[in-house]
Design a protein around this ligand. Structure first.
Ligand code: OGA
Ligand code: MN
Length: 198
């Protein structure tokens, strides 16, 4: 797991936000199902970008993916009171690396090691959990390895290999958002997420 602070400048953050906002602001935040991994979010995918933003995504491709990245970029808009619960992105839909640029707010991402004995993603069954885009294995803190990571606004994180497969990831809700004992207020946060092919 790597975090690159100030991966983008304030001007680049503004320019990304300006491209996303007209579409995003027309969607409604979803708070629906108790079993969903994410609450209080709206999302979209984008393939074509304004040249300035395309340049910036090229930097992500080079830094995080050695050139091999999926063409669609996932944009997730998490409301101030939204939360991303512990999950692992399904190995069916996503390869060994996930990267994210954070816009508008700092946040805290928690990684919790999963029990590989109890949890195995296998492609043999078609149960709902198996085909879900985000899988939710138990993420217990007791007697376990976990890490809270500060994701500053405008940073890039690169989650790959063991961090991506053997740990759940989550974004703490505002009331639990703390880093080294200090509150990290989480307001509305937009993440620009890139992945590679499985
Ligand atoms: C996801 C996810 C993290 C983020 O969409 O699966 O984990 O940075 N997002 O928004
Ligand atoms: Mn995820």
């Amino acid at each position: 797991m790597r975090i690159v602070p100030d991966f983008i400048s304030e001007a680049e953050e503004k320019q990304l936000h300006e491209e996303i906002e007209p579409y995003m602001s027309r969607l409604r935040y979803e708070f629906d199902h108790w079993d969903d991994a994410i609450h209080g979010f709206r999302e979209t995918e984008r393939k074509k970008w304004y040249p300035k933003n395309r340049e910036l995504l090229e930097r992500v491709r080079e830094v995080a993916f050695n050139g091999a990245i999926m063409p669609y970029v996932h944009i997730l808009d998490l409301a101030a009171d939204g939360v991303i619960k512990p999950h692992v992105d399904s190995v069916r839909y996503c390869g060994n690396t996930i990267s994210g640029i954070s816009l508008l707010s700092d946040s805290v991402m928690r990684l919790v090691r999963i029990d590989p004995q109890k949890y195995q993603q296998n492609g043999s069954s078609d149960s709902a959990e198996d085909t879900a885009y985000r899988q939710q294995p138990a993420a217990l803190l007791e007697n376990n390895f976990y890490a809270d990571l500060l994701l500053p606004r405008r940073s890039l994180y690169i989650m790959s290999h063991t961090a991506r497969y053997n740990f759940t990831h989550e974004i703490l809700a505002n009331e639990h958002s703390k880093f080294l004992g200090n509150p990290v207020p989480k307001t509305r946060r937009i993440s620009i997420i890139c992945r590679n092919e499985p």
